[in-house]
Design a protein around this ligand. Sequence first.
Ligand code: FES
Length: 76
Amino acid sequence: MLREYLKEPSVFVCICNGLRERDVREASQGVRSVKELYCRLGVDVQCGQCTRFAKEIMNETRNGPSPDTAIVGAVA
Ligand code: FES
């Protein structure tokens, strides 16, 4: 598992369910809500602390990076 993580590191989005950013990105295609996203991943929202970040990732996957991210990317 560590070897797998080191090949493709990914931050945790949801601690309660152990969801990583890549899980959320992969499951985001075609979903319209966080509830639908979590259902696709086979988990339920528990504490709710992750939903805003999950929604950001979901929107970014659908629409491309946010303007803030694009500016940082252009400068770097
Ligand atoms: S961190 Fe995702 S439900 Fe708690």
